[in-house]
Ligand binder design. Structure first.
Ligand code: NAP
Length: 251
């Protein structure tokens, strides 16, 4: 087995974050399951412990730098130096530009962009000290442009620039920084989109699958598997990359 590390997964109470937390634990790492509501993380922590892993639940708003500093310090105290960071926490506030409010714009920027900045800034101190680090940022195929998502597509494109800059700045410390751009993944986020456009989720999934070369939508485990690859000790020469995990080519 490879060296046991300490990982933080943000937005890990459900969806892609949850699957990623479970996978990194199965890979042998200790995991901080971080989300807005600490109690919502408890079932994920219990699942990890039941499978023989080690995990803690951490309540934190990633867009708040003081909460992030306290959360990362707590992870260091309780599990050890966090050297794997998966910036997964995310929200959508979709609307066409003429209806999108300043609040919709700010909320999305704050969680995706400032959140990734806050978490990375707090964790890089440990990564550079340990001379090892793995940063994985969740981008999206929406980074290429998507109707109704001026805020989200901008944030997800911005995360690709952030990813590459961290790869350049932190590479000499043994830290890699990479991004995953998922296509349609079956989670509460896509269920919320289906609800907003007034289509039953099952029909929405069937419609999406028909447009995808592998003829199915993605599952959270598809993304967790890519995170696992990036975080592997043997992936140290892979940095500054974006993998589109979308069942077909996108870029
Ligand atoms: P999800 O089911 O909505 O889960 C997102 C999690 O992030 C929720 O538990 C949410 O907590 C948490 N969160 C939101 N704001 C937060 C904050 N300020 N601080 C800490 N946690 C926060 O979403 P998902 O579908 O798993 O998506 C995960 C990531 O993949 C997101 O970055 C998303 O943009 C990206 N992505 C998803 C898809 C897809 O098709 N699903 C495609 C491309 C990219 P609450 O429940 O309390 O709000």
């Amino acid at each position: 087995m490879s060296t046991q590390r300490v990982a933080i997964v943000t937005g890990a109470a459900r969806g892609i974050g949850k699957a990623t937390a479970l996978r990194l634990s199965a890979d042998g790492h200790k995991v901080a399951v971080l989300d807005l509501d600490e109690s919502a993380c408890a079932p994920v922590v219990e699942e990890i412990k039941a499978a023989g892993g080690e995990a803690i639940a951490v309540g934190c708003d990633v867009s708040n730098s003081e909460q992030v500093a306290a959360a990362v310090a707590r992870v260091n105290d309780e599990l050890g130096a966090p050297v794997i960071l998966v910036n997964n926490a995310g929200i959508i506030r979709d609307n066409l530009i003429f209806k999108m409010t300043e609040g919709d714009w700010d909320a999305v920027m704050n969680v995706h962009l400032k959140g990734a900045f806050n978490m990375t800034k707090a964790c890089q101190a440990f990564m550079t000290q340990e001379k090892f680090g793995r940063i994985v940022n969740l981008s999206s195929t929406s980074a290429l442009g998507n109707r109704g998502q001026a805020n989200y597509s901008t944030a997800k494109a911005g995360l690709q620039g952030f990813t590459k800059t961290m790869a350049i700045e932190l590479g000499k410390f043994g830290v890699t920084s990479n991004a995953i751009a998922p296509g349609f993944i079956q989670t509460e986020m896509t269920a919320a989109t289906a609800e907003r456009v007034g289509v039953p989720f099952d029909d929405f999934i069937k419609g999406a699958a028909a447009q995808i070369p592998v003829t199915r939508v993605g599952q959270p485990e598809d993304i967790a598997n890519t995170v696992s690859f990036y975080c592997d000790e043997r992936s140290g020469f892979v940095s500054g990359q974006v993998i589109y995990v979308a069942g077909g080519p996108k870029d």
